[in-house]
Each structure stands twice: as structure tokens, then as C-alpha cells.
Design a protein around this ligand. Structure first.
Ligand code: CUA
Length: 325
């Protein structure tokens, strides 16, 4: 919040001011109660001290009013904390639809970032001001945590899964990026910066340097090279299910149950395909764990997402039902 208070990092995202207000509220409640309790403690110790050897205080038989007061006030305060923090939590968890996506891979001891245009960065992230940026994080080894104090944003990068968060930067400038999860010897050096640029400047940055290979293009290449295409060629008689239109859909699984084909599901199905086999197929796909890096997996997912839905998809599925009967 206020940049005039030196204890606060700069305030450079749309969420920062909300987080600060909540933080100040929590701080004020804690402060008022701590001071109140400390003062009461000293006052009571002095006012009700034993004045002579055989002094006996009168018995206390309880007070309904007092019980109500010290139950209802904390209840109200905690309800406010709960509702307020839940609102903040959901605001930070819900990624705006128009956000630009950046894949983040934590690795001892660096941050590898890739834009959907294909631009790669290490320990640096360039983003345009005023545009929501959607971060999808994972790790190649241990847990790291992507922390940008100026955005009041922190999200763990956990091996084996994707975590998501977002921010909209409000002020052009350069901001600290830290790893906020102890990850080994050089944890303290796993730092970098986020460069927030005016839109035109950002476009210029994108245009500079050699033309990068987009994740979709890399994914398309891997899809052929790694022989994915031999089974997933989109015909209903193929050994693997068609991938067109798969992302985001609900998939029936072999042996009952279902799964939503989100990024985490796609990743698992590439690396350890036997974990969730699609109903109607055999668990014949080889495992790619240890053969594909996180960036390759992200590229394959980007490629799968870029596939257009098959025309007459429902019809071809029906045909395959007939064939298997
Ligand atoms: Cu990565 Cu600490």
C-alpha cells in the first residue's frame, strides 16, 4: 500500500491494495487486543494485589453479560476475517479469461519462463502493464515458490502438478522476484525480476531477437517425433483416443469413474499413462516419465489444446460404439 511507509514493498498490482487492507485489518485487531490485554494484565495485577496476609477476595459466580461480550465480539471479528479472506482467496484464484499465459518451471536454482509466443526467459519476466498475466507453475525437482512482493503474489511450484495464479501489474517498473520456499544450497540466489512495460514497449520487446518457436509448434514437432501420432491420429479405430476437443472435457475412465481433462490430467496421461486409462482403450501407451522435460510436456499440452474439434465427432464416436459391439 502506501509507498511512504518504508516497511511496505511497492504496490504494483490490482490485488496489492486489497491484500494490504486486509493485512492492516488483521494487524490492527492483533495490535488492539495485544495492547488491551497487556494493559489489563498490569492494571489487574496492581489493583487487585494482595494487601495483607489474610485478605480473601469475594467469590465470583459468573456474569452472563461478560460471557456474551467476550464470545460475540471475537465471533464477529473472526467472521469478518473469514469472509474477507475468502473473498481475497477467490479473487486471486479465479484467472481472468483474457489473461496472457506464461509457463513457469522452477528448477534448482533458477526460474524458467515461457510465453505462449515461444519467448523464453530465465529469472526474468517481461509483462505488459494493465493486462492480466496467468502463471502456470510446476517444478522439475523440489518445491519452489514464486514470490513477487510488489504484486502481493506468491504461489508454490510443486513437482508433479500445475499450480495457477495471476496478476495484473499497474505500474511500469522492475520488481523483485524471489523463491520463497527453501530449496537447497542456493535458495537465496534463486532470485530475479519482473519487468512491467508499457504495451508498445512490450510489443517491441516481443519483436526483438530471433523468432522463437511457439510451444504449439514445438508440441507439434514432438507429437510426431515421439510417435504420439501413431496411436492418437484422431480416428475412432485408433489405439489411442482422439485428442481433438479433449482439453477441458470430461473423460470416462477404464474401470469406472471419470476425470476432467485439465492440464494436470493431460500431463499425467503423457508421463504416466497407466494412471488413468480412457474407457474403451487398453493401457498400452508407453510411459514418458523421465523422457520429456517439463517444457516438452507443456508444449505437448499447448499443441493438444490447439487442435480443432473433430467435425462429426459425436457421429464417429457412435460408429466406434457400433464396431465394438
Ligand atoms: Cu527455489 Cu528456494
Amino acid at each position: 500500500m502506501r509507498s511512504d511507509i518504508p516497511l511496505f514493498p511497492p504496490n504494483a498490482s490490482t490485488m496489492a491494495v486489497h491484500v494490504d487492507h486486509f493485512y492492516l485489518f488483521m494487524w490492527a485487531v492483533t495490535f488492539v487486543f495485544s495492547i488491551g490485554i497487556a494493559v489489563a494484565l498490569v492494571y489487574f495485577a496492581v489493583a487487585y494485589r494482595r494487601r495483607h496476609r489474610d485478605e480473601r477476595p469475594g467469590e465470583i459466580h459468573g456474569s452472563l453479560l461478560l460471557e456474551l461480550v467476550w464470545s460475540i465480539i471475537p465471533l464477529l471479528l473472526t467472521v469478518v476475517m473469514f469472509v474477507w479472506s475468502t473473498w481475497l482467496f477467490f479473487a486471486q484464484a479465479r484467472v481472468p479469461d483474457d489473461a496472457i499465459r506464461v509457463n513457469v518451471v522452477g528448477k534448482r536454482w533458477m526460474w524458467k519462463l515461457q510465453h505462449m509466443t515461444g519467448h523464453r526467459e530465465i529469472n526474468e519476466l517481461h509483462v505488459p502493464v494493465g493486462k492480466p498475466v496467468h502463471l502456470v507453475l510446476t517444478s522439475e525437482d523440489v518445491i519452489h515458490s514464486f514470490f513477487v512482493p510488489a504484486f502481493r503474489m506468491k504461489k508454490d511450484a510443486v513437482p508433479g502438478r500445475y499450480n495457477e495464479t495471476w496478476f495484473t501489474a499497474t505500474q511500469p517498473g522492475r520488481y523483485h522476484l524471489f523463491c520463497a520456499e527453501y530449496c537447497g544450497t542456493e535458495h537465496s540466489r534463486m532470485i530475479g525480476s519482473v519487468h512491467v512495460m508499457e504495451s508498445a514497449e512490450f510489443q517491441q520487446w516481443l519483436a526483438g531477437g530471433p523468432a522463437p518457436v511457439s510451444p504449439v509448434a514445438l508440441g507439434r514437432k514432438l507429437f510426431t517425433e515421439r510417435m504420439c501420432v501413431t496411436c492418437h491420429y484422431g480416428d475412432s479405430g485408433a489405439r489411442g483416443p482422439a485428442l481433438n476437443g479433449l482439453p477441458g472435457s470430461k473423460v470416462a475412465l477404464l474401470g469406472g469413474g471419470s476425470a476432467v481433462a485439465d492440464d494436470t490430467y493431460l500431463r499425467e496421461s503423457i508421463l504416466t499413462p497407466a494412471a488413468k486409462v480412457v474407457a474403451g482403450y487398453q493401457p498400452v501407451m508407453p510411459t514418458y516419465a523421465g523422457q520429456l522435460g517439463e517444457e516438452d510436456v507443456a508444449a505437448l499440452i499447448a499443441f493438444i489444446k490447439s487442435l480443432p474439434p473433430l467435425a462429426g465427432d459425436a457421429a464417429s464416436r457412435k460408429a466406434s460404439d457400433l464396431r465394438s459391439n
